[in-house]
Ligand binder design. Structure first.
Ligand code: HEC
Length: 159
């Protein structure tokens, strides 16, 4: 270490400007710290907003006038599915939106809802984990829920 200081002294001598600029540098340093703070805050905000899963998967759902069957389905859905799939099947922190292209009828036919409720679902499309079976939900209720989800999908451009 003793070798370093004479070297630095030489550098200062070679660049006398560095010393004179020191007082101005101090205010610049405070500005720099502020800028760094702003960058850190923006970084944290970006991390928060752009977390890919699960918060980004909550979608906007327009609720149309529902048929009588879909109304029953809405009640059964609220009682059994909303905890994970969110109000209006728009998604939540615990499960994906069902008003989503992935679940359009050609990709997930009505039968897949019955299978999901009876057997549960292995996580494969999302990062929420598995869906447990819902044995307390009757087949008639699942049929109503399917009607409800299809009407929501249809009203939101998913057909
Ligand atoms: C404990 C949370 C939870 C509950 C309660 C729940 N689900 Fe799910 N469900 C999930 C998760 C998570 C997935 C996504 C799995 C994946 O693909 O990654 C899923 C996927 C599905 C799928 C897609 C199935 C497939 O073939 O990919 C359907 C349909 C479904 N749920 C319907 C329902 C219905 C109807 C109810 C209420 C009767 C319900 N879920 C209740 C968590 C839940």
């Amino acid at each position: 270490m003793p070798r370093r200081s004479p070297r630095r002294a030489t550098e200062n001598a070679a660049h006398p400007q560095t010393r004179k600029a020191a007082p101005r540098d101090q205010s610049g340093g405070r500005g720099g710290a502020l800028l760094l703070g702003v960058i850190v805050a923006l970084g944290a905000a970006a991390l928060f907003w752009f977390r890919p899963v699960p918060s980004a998967t909550v979608v906007d759902v327009a609720v149309p006038a529902l048929s009588a069957q879909a109304e029953r389905g809405a009640a059964a859905f609220a009682a059994n599915c909303t905890a994970c799939h969110g109000a209006n099947a728009a998604g939540s922190e615990s499960g994906p939106p069902l008003v989503h292209r992935i679940y359009e009828p050609s990709h997930h036919a009505d039968g897949s809802f019955h299978i999901a409720v009876r057997q549960g679902v292995r996580a494969h499309h999302w990062g929420f984990g598995d869906m447990p079976p819902q044995p307390h939900v009757t087949n008639a209720e699942v049929a109503d829920i399917v009607a409800y989800v299809r009407e929501l999908q249809h009203a939101n451009g998913i057909r």
